[in-house]
Design a protein around this ligand. Sequence first.
Ligand code: XMP
Length: 516
Amino acid sequence: MDDELQRGILVIDYGSQTTLLIARRLREIGVYAEIWSCHDSRLALPPPALGIILSGGPASVCGETAPRLAESVIACGRPVLGICYGMQLVVERLGGTVAPGAATEYGRVRVRQVDPGAALFASRPADGSVVWMSHGDAAVTVPEPLAVTARTENGAVAAVEARGRPLFGVQFHPEVTHTEHGREWLRRFACDLCGAADAWSAANLIDEKVAAIAAAVGDDRAILAFSGGVDSTVAAALGSRAIGRRLVCILVDNGLLRHGEADQVRRCFLDRFDVELRVVEAQQRFLDALAGVGDPEAKRKAIGKTFIDVFEQEARRVEGARFLVQGTLYPDVIESVSVRGPAAAIKSHHNVGGLPGQLPFALIEPLRNLFKDEVRQLGRSLGIPEALLGRHPFPGPGLAVRILGEVTADKLAIARAADRIFIEMLREHGLYDQVWQALAVLLPVRTVGVMGDARTYDAVVALRAVTSLDGMTADRAGLPIAFLGAVADRIVNGVKGVSRVVYDLTSKPPATIEWE
Ligand code: XMP
């Protein structure tokens, strides 16, 4: 990754909620960007990047334990842009003062450009534009060589630049979309002031990634835990190009998949890629592990453990395999290096990213520096069918977290049938691609109904469909009521054991997408 970084921008993370967005915006512009924690030991040396951005962060530069600016960053002479906390670090480092509570600003603020010659705003003046702020401390004295280039309507320092040195600071967050010209100012910094080209695209990486896998594996074999999801599919496609049939993909059929999914994935994939696929039929093992388990976290743990056991057993059968290819994505990597430590666990999402370290394989993670949409781009360039790339996310524990309470074979059959109807009808009505994720949940509730002339006393299915960008937040999808009615009719008439269907109207937060 160092090669790419030499042509790109390094973002140093001080723990802001929006650090990831800085890297994302730069990549959207076409500039390669990588995030390092402010505690990264590599910062002892001058960072090998064209320019450096210092992120915001929750600490106060006035605090004794606050993370500091590494000397190597200033000493390397490359352009530096400090954002929020990052700007305050620059101000402090150059002899200025920052005071807690001197100007507290949250949300949208209008700025005045007070220096018409500000280099950062040369392509798009800041005067009168709306920016997004989130800070409690503020810069109060800004000595030479720094100069204030923009202020907020309240007179607080909004941007600074150094005379004769490539040091810039903005108190606001250019990476959030509420900052009107934020993207242009990031482009100005990266391309014009640092000299980065804007030609980077995930698709350009194919040859490089393929060569890296081939070099790492050499004449050995590698295995890959294949789920049929976008990440493992793209990782498998890269692996297949690199080492062909020396890549063995292992698909664990846990019996918690959707109707026909294992077959569909198998066909779709094998039609296109020349790798070996081993499917482990482990349905009963998972059902046994789930017997009597009703608590959502206990269910996830039981599934996770069983997955690891089954996978490990199969992996050890692949003779000569010394490598494990994993589709770990950038946000997963960032979570683990963040200054805050892993985000507080709301659900212990364990998918293949959670394979234990004690497996006797060296890890290869070709997607480690990519975001989900970049992985999709890469997948497209690799010729992976849109039908696979565009599939709704499906959780690792599958239907088990869509059956509230204990999972049994009977309940699985009901949940699978209801889900199948919902998804098929979304496709039939051209609505599938308009929602980010849709699901059917089997509730542990029985209600009275009437069918023919007889009383029924059967289960309730809840339908949920959400729109979202990344699954972190989500909104209820406004599916037409006539459509929902038709789905309800088909489920109640077609799935034995269901007497009522409801639609979930909650957004995330406060609810999560899955019900467990
Ligand atoms: P929640 O329910 O937390 O879900 O709003 C956000 C996204 O994550 C998926 N999800 C999971 N994925 N293992 C996974 O691999 C899990 O245990 C898990 N739980 C939720 C969920 O489907 C949604 O896309």
